[in-house]
Write a protein that binds this ligand. Structure first.
Ligand code: PEP
Length: 250
């Protein structure tokens, strides 16, 4: 079944000791017994199982922030897709720019992670996006083409994977592309997906990068924007909920 739109996902990144994480999850859980759209949170792995238990009776989705491409093995510090699932995750982010650029993850590695996540039955959120240098050089579509070709596996379907377009220069900076640029990029992504996948027209496309309650409604109103991936603003229950409702979620 396709996810109800809008899809609003919150990436908590490396934030949240147990008490804070459970308080935030609890506050969202109180409003999420039933949801008309899709709301998900991606807490740090250390609190994922507890958060998943805390929201188990609600419609909130819980996901991991990354996974390894192997199910198990000698990979110190890494977490596999089956482990995330075992801890209560239903989804996982792969290819976030903080891992691609911050930790040097290649398109190929991200592709293998996405394949592993899909095989484990996790909804896979594949992040792509250009750096500021690439943006200024007018290389946005060239970079997105390379990332889509290199890190989006052929096994993906609209049921198993969604794309988050996150310009690197918009993440955590308070800056966003213009609404026309977001519309243009998403229309371009939609054409690429529709040309490659039988169900590419249904594959969900999220925008991410400095989304907050003040700009979420306009962004989510764009034709090929099915939702948003939110970082900083997802750490505040009230603000995150306002983002969700401003896109039409109730
Ligand atoms: C993110 O990390 O995916 C993100 C979009 O961050 P922020 O909303 O803080 O820009």
């Amino acid at each position: 079944m396709p996810l109800a739109r809008p899809i609003v996902f919150g990436n908590w990144k490396m934030h949240g000791l147990r008490a804070d994480a459970l308080a935030l999850a609890g506050s969202l859980a109180q409003r999420s017994a039933r949801l008309s759209a899709t709301l998900g949170i991606f807490p740090p792995a250390t609190v994922l199982a507890e958060v998943a238990r805390r929201v188990a009776d609600t419609a909130l989705m819980v996901g991991g922030q990354d996974c390894h491409d192997k199910p198990e093995g000698p990979y110190t510090g890494c977490i596999s897709a089956p482990m995330l699932k075992d801890a209560g995750a239903r989804a996982v982010i792969v290819g976030h720019s903080e891992r691609r650029h911050g930790l040097g993850e290649s398109d190929d590695f991200v592709c293998r992670k996405a394949r592993a996540a899909i095989e484990s039955g996790l909804l896979t959120v594949l992040c792509i996006g250009e750096t500021e240098e690439e943006w200024l050089a007018g290389r946005r579509f060239e970079v997105l083409t390379r990332q889509l070709d290199g890190s989006l596996p052929d096994s993906a379907t609209a049921e198993t994977l969604l794309i988050a377009y996150e310009p690197v220069w918009a993440i955590g900076t308070g800056r966003t592309p213009s609404i026309e640029d977001i519309r243009e990029t998403h229309a371009w992504l939609r054409r690429r997906l529709a040309a490659r996948f039988a169900d590419g027209a249904q594959m969900a496309l999220l925008y991410g990068g400095s989304v907050k309650a003040a700009n979420a409604a306009e962004i989510m109103a764009q034709p090929e924007v099915d939702g948003v991936l939110v970082g900083g603003a997802s750490l505040h229950a009230e603000e995150f909920w306002r983002i969700y409702t401003s896109g039409g979620g109730a």
